[in-house]
Design a binder for this molecule. Structure first.
Ligand code: UD1
Length: 430
């Protein structure tokens, strides 16, 4: 089992390149199977969730070729099965995008009920409601979601809750339905826009992505395309907070600053300097951090996927902060681990009261999920002494070469896979 081991206390300084957005990439890979021609996708992040989805796509008969570390060529011409029950697929949340994609193209799909990070109950009722409104029969049997339609016909679909997944999934299916579909109360996240742009590059007719009403006119066929995935908002945000955590100065390159505005404004409130360039942001944290209040919201609000990172940093700020999690119900499981490192946080329902001025000290902790795992790394990098993090496969699901990128900024961090390697690090760094 791999672990991260790190010695904190070094300000991170330098430049880091952000990769393609995992959550856009997952939907785009699934969408690529909707064409019978070659679809070349660039800026694909080399993270575990993408690898699992690519294997699942290959297992149903699509050609999947990795032409370099960040480019994939996918061709859905030879798909021979509409049942995606590959053993690992249920572990990733985005497996459900194959439902929308296969249902749209073949009018039938069977996909293992999705898993993903355990951050509270994660229903998929809105996805299924959308498919049903397009005319599909949907059943859940033996851990599989089965969807089938004689014809898929466009419809007016109101999302009772703003959902990234349901918006994208319905968009995938509706892009090959007959006639017009309107998705109301749609999610506006950058990756929703990216998936719409991608599908349009294949010949789909989708308008309004990025607003809360998306209009789709179905087309009978999608053609081949070449498309480059947008930069990852959350990876970028995590490095922005790494600067704040370590009193550093980091130039975060290959980003879309507009996607980072909610994160930038919180950092500015906390006393950091944030400078925006065309495709980069620089975060300088030279002053003591100040407390603030944050509520996670759908885009353009503060992203729930940055909640563990900001909570971790606010623990070091002067004064008391309040973080309210409004998207997921159980997203504070990492707080016990942070407390072992010296944080003082009280969780009441979906609110965390953070008594600041913590001085983190290194400890042996465990990553409870992807983003919380990244937050523990930030705590470890700012802590006095050595921190060991177990279960880092969660972090590797969504961050490419996280330890290498941090090392290049001056961090003392290694991935180790044995007791011997761990001891060697401690001897050298300690
Ligand atoms: C996606 C992201 C995840 C991010 C989240 C919110 C992927 C693979 N994951 O997750 O990293 O944290 O968006 O930005 O892209 N809901 C329902 N019924 C549904 C669907 C959702 O009630 O059918 C609820 C959820 O429980 C949650 C809220 O809607 O409270 C938002 O969830 P959603 O936006 O769908 O999140 P995901 O797409 O699962």
């Amino acid at each position: 089992m791999e672990q991260y081991v790190m010695k904190g206390g070094t300000p991170l300084v330098g430049e880091v390149e952000i990769g393609g957005a995992k959550n856009a990439g997952l939907a785009i890979l699934a969408g690529a199977v909707m064409s019978d021609e070659d679809v070349v996708i660039e800026n694909v992040p080399d993270v575990k969730d993408i690898g699992v989805l690519a294997t699942a796509i290959a297992a149903i008969g699509a050609k999947v070729e990795k032409t370099d570390r960040h480019t994939m060529r996918i061709n859905g011409h030879d798909i021979s099965s509409f049942s995606v029950d590959y053993e690992y697929i249920s572990k990733i949340r985005a497996s459900y995008y194959l439902l929308g994609a296969l249902l749209g193209k073949y009018k039938q799909a069977e996909v293992a009920f999705p898993g993903g990070c355990d951050i509270g109950s994660r229903p998929i009722d809105l996805h299924l409601k959308g498919f049903r409104m397009l005319g599909a029969e949907v059943e859940i049997e033996h851990g599989l979601i089965k969807a089938k339609a004689e014809r898929l016909v466009g419809a007016q679909i109101y999302m009772d809750k703003v959902s990234v997944g349901a918006t994208i999934n319905v968009m995938l299916a509706a892009s090959m339905a007959e006639g017009k579909t309107t998705i109301e109360n749609a999610a506006k996240e950058p990756h929703v826009v990216d998936v719409a742009n991608f599908l349009n590059s294949m010949g789909a007719n989708i308008k309004g992505a990025g607003t809360d009403v998306i209009r789709i006119v179905g087309v009978p066929k999608l053609h081949g395309s070449e498309y480059s995935i947008i930069p990852d908002q959350i990876e970028a945000g995590t490095f922005m907070f790494a600067a704040a955590a370590t009193k550093g100065d980091i130039m975060i390159k290959n980003v879309i600053p507009k996607h980072l505005e909610a994160i930038s404004s919180k950092l500015i409130e906390m006393g950091c300097e944030v400078e925006e360039f065309d495709d980069a942001v620089r975060v300088v944290a030279s002053k003591p951090l100040k407390s603030t209040q944050v509520t996670t919201l759908a885009y353009p609000g503060f992203p729930t996927d940055m909640q563990p990172q900001i909570t971790t940093i606010l623990s070091m700020a002067d004064g008391t902060s309040i973080v309210t999690e409004s998207i997921f119900e159980n997203r504070y499981r990492y707080v016990d681990e942070l407390s072992r490192m010296g944080a003082s946080i009280k969780v009441e329902g979906n609110t965390a009261i953070i008594y600041g001025a913590a001085k983190y000290t290194g400890a042996h902790v465990s990553a409870p999920d992807l983003r919380a795992g990244a937050a523990l790394v930030l705590a470890g990098l700012s802590a006095e002494g050595v921190t060991v993090i177990d279960d880092i496969y969660y972090i590797q699901r969504g961050y490419e070469d996280f330890d290498r990128k941090l090392r290049e900024l001056g961090a003392t961090i290694e991935t180790v896979d044995s007791e011997k390697a761990l001891k060697k690090f401690i001897l050298k760094a300690g």
